[in-house]
Design a protein around this ligand. Sequence first.
Ligand SMILES: [Fe+2]
Length: 225
Amino acid sequence: MDRPNNRSTLVRRHFVTGLAGASLAPLARLSRARTGPGPSPSQTLGPFYPRDAGERPRETDADLITLDGDHVVTKGTPLFLVGRVIDGSGHVVAGAAVEIWQCDANAVYHHPAGGAEAERDTAFQGYGVASTDANGEFRFRTIVPVAYPGRTPHIHIRVAPSRGRAFATQLYLPGDAGNARDFLFSRLTPEEQRALSLVIEPTRDPTHPLARATRLTGRAELVIA
Ligand SMILES: [Fe+2]
């Protein structure tokens, strides 16, 4: 099938949109060498970041899946996504806006350019926003990311602190067979790959409303400059 999100289109788009961040990579490595644990590697927003309200879904809350009672309507494996944002000095970053977006279990992005609209899982929100609490933590309920043509499974994430520059990257599944072939993941150093790999574990706190109906929790820690 010829989708707008086929591999050659994606590679071209990611390449173009990734150019702005590419020149910053040597600086990030330099600061890490000087100060120890450095900023998390930034990665392109990609072609499916919803840049305005017209490209966002009607609902934009932190719960990307749909339940009918205890039955999960959304296709895919529910995931409680928990993260923490700290700055380069190790201080928590509270009150930051955190956005995530990813394709649905049918490998379709819910974006005007996401393609294959007829195949969309309409029970998946595709995009959501949360804010970090006083501990710098954020939580979403979404699905375990899946591969789509040309990419290994990943969740896009953008953090906009109340002061300072926004930061964007992508979160990966550790040990996924597609990672080594992925044109973005494979160019990271092993240390950078670890920094952007979710820690996947059984959900231990099903009392949190966003943890309900999930068996898996994915954890991430982001260090922003
Ligand atoms: Fe993507």
